[in-house]
Design a protein around this ligand. Structure first.
Ligand SMILES: Cc1cc2nc3c(=O)[nH]c(=O)nc-3n(C[C@H](O)[C@H](O)[C@H](O)COP(=O)(O)OP(=O)(O)OC[C@H]3O[C@@H](n4cnc5c(N)ncnc54)[C@H](O)[C@@H]3O)c2cc1C
Length: 467
């Protein structure tokens, strides 16, 4: 159980600021190494964007839509067996747009079949494409864009580009103009075995992680917003939270990298070269979501686990971000998702810009949310005629919602673009004992990316404290 703020000690080896999957994993690894860890989270629950909420008997998952098979290995190695055992495949991934409608298991074998038989791409080209993306790594040429990669293999085939790109844009906000490696690494991760989810929901995952953290001795305190990371003579001294100073030899910030630099630390502690580079970091887009709860006792047909739907003529990153976008992902949660609960929920996710929502006055904001819900319901009715009569809860979240719960700059859902990675990886060279973990550079984002990054940063911190 989280401890109350007044019960905290004055001194820890390491303070972790924020309990996203990156922060949780980093804290857990460091505790296993024998360090005394304090985990401070501003929200009243752990998990960051890996979160859920309850309404009228429904439990809505916010970011549990799908992750790659790599989660199995990662959770087995860095969390525990109980967590690993609940990772299960989502087998019905559906696309429906003016260019094609199809169902797939979203893995290499099935994509090869589809690309060859449905899209009539020669097998040799498909194999070369898969081999190329599978071989991509951090040290590759970062100048080639995903657009150029696609044109090289599938020139002029906007339908193929859409099949390959649309899900990844939903998964991490990347576009055709981002470096091809950010696409290649994430796409290959999914293609290895398909799309997976956590049986029992995000609440169960976070409960299991919390138990593990407590077993390993991490002190957890929620409702504790860190206001400042304290630095003296280019060395971390601790944090200020709720008007109190807590000392630490190292601080790991799981707050966004832009937040960490702009709000949690004083700019004077950084070199001008670092600040110049940091100023160029672009944050990724945010999201809108609409949550539908199906009345207890009612059921809905199986229309797939993940449904990528759009009325746009072609894949268009700008259309995907527009408040009027017709493009969205429906995640359908059947009773099997939460064994023991005979309930159905549907979550629609859309990529969105903070700017489109931030300036709206309260009344207009409410109206726009209502319109978003109404438009989304019309789209859902297209797949589940009459579903409106079965729904007893509807609610929308916008970039403002994500900003207010996580404090992330412009409510970003997927951290920063690629350039954020270098800033996140070098912040400790600017200030001894200051580390960052969290969504940066697309690759270190998403559930798997955030957890893996937590492990990498824990190794850095452990090495620093032992040096
Ligand atoms: C709508 C949506 C859908 C998504 N769908 C998927 C999906 O299907 N699959 C997938 O893999 N990924 C998905 N993601 C992305 C995934 O959820 C995130 O990439 C990942 O959870 C981020 O983890 P993180 O470690 O970067 O921290 P975050 O989750 O960003 O958490 C950071 C934490 O730090 C806390 N914090 C910030 N500042 C302070 C402070 N000053 N003091 C104390 N605490 C602070 C915040 O409250 C928060 O809890 C989705 C994201 C969104 C928004």
């Amino acid at each position: 159980m989280p401890v109350s703020f007044s019960q905290l000690g004055d001194n820890y080896d390491i303070v972790v600021v924020g309990s996203g999957l990156g922060g949780l994993t980093c804290a857990n690894r460091l505790a296993r190494c024998g360090h005394r860890i304090l985990l401070l989270e501003h929200h009243h629950r752990l998990g960051g964007l890996a979160t859920w909420f309850k309404r009228k008997g429904h439990i809505f998952d916010v970011s549990l839509h799908g992750f790659p098979y790599g989660m199995v290995k990662t959770c087995k190695k860095y969390w525990n067996k109980a967590i690993t055992a609940s990772i299960v495949q989502l087998k019905n991934i559906v696309f429906d747009n003016p260019q094609f409608s199809l169902r797939t298991t979203f893995d290499r074998e099935d994509f090869t079949r589809l690309l060859n038989t449905r899209f009539e791409v020669p097998l040799a080209t498909i194999d070369r494409f898969f081999a190329t993306v599978a071989a991509m790594n951090f040290y590759d040429d970062q100048a080639m864009t995903t657009r150029e990669l696609f044109e090289q293999f599938f020139p002029g085939r906007s339908d193929v580009h859409r099949l390959l790109m649309e899900p990844i844009t939903y998964a991490n906000g990347s576009t055709l103009d981002d470096p091809a490696i950010t696409y290649g690494i994430v796409f290959s991760n999914f293609m290895s075995k398909g799309v997976f989810t956590f049986e029992g929901g995000t609440d169960r995952l976070i409960a299991l992680m919390t138990e593990e953290l407590e077993r390993n001795g991490v002190t957890i305190c929620t409702g504790a917003k860190v206001d400042k990371i304290l630095v003296d003579k280019k060395r971390v001294r601790g944090v200020n939270a709720n008007g109190r100073t807590i000392s630490a030899r190292a601080v790991v910030s799981n707050s966004g990298i832009t937040n960490t630099i702009d709000n949690l630390t004083d700019r004077e502690i950084y070199s001008s070269e670092f600040l110049e580079k940091a100023a160029k970091v672009r944050v990724n887009n945010s999201s809108c979501q609409v949550y539908f709860g199906i009345t207890d006792g009612e059921s809905i047909d199986d229309i797939g686990d993940l449904l990528f739907t759009s009325k746009a003529a072609e894949f268009d990153a700008a259309e995907l971000l527009s408040p009027q976008s017709t493009s969205k992902t429906f995640s359908i949660y059947y009773p099997k998702t939460r064994p023991g609960q005979n309930r159905y929920t549907v979550v629609a996710s859309m990529n969105s810009r903070f700017e489109d929502w931030a300036g709206l006055a309260e009344e207009q904001y409410r109206r726009e949310k209502d319109k978003l819900i109404a438009r989304t319901l019309v789209d859902l009715e297209g797949y589940l005629p009459g579903v409106g009569a079965k729904i007893d809860w509807m609610e929308a979240a916008t970039p403002r919602t994500f900003n207010s719960y996580t404090l992330h700059t412009r409510g970003t859902s997927f951290g920063t673009k690629f350039e954020g990675l270098d800033i996140s990886r070098t912040i400790f060279k600017e200030v001894a004992g200051l580390f960052h973990v969290g969504s940066v550079g697309i690759i270190m984002s998403g559930w798997l990316g955030a957890i893996n990054y937590g492990v990498i940063v824990a190794n850095d911190v452990d090495g620093y404290l032992r040096a």
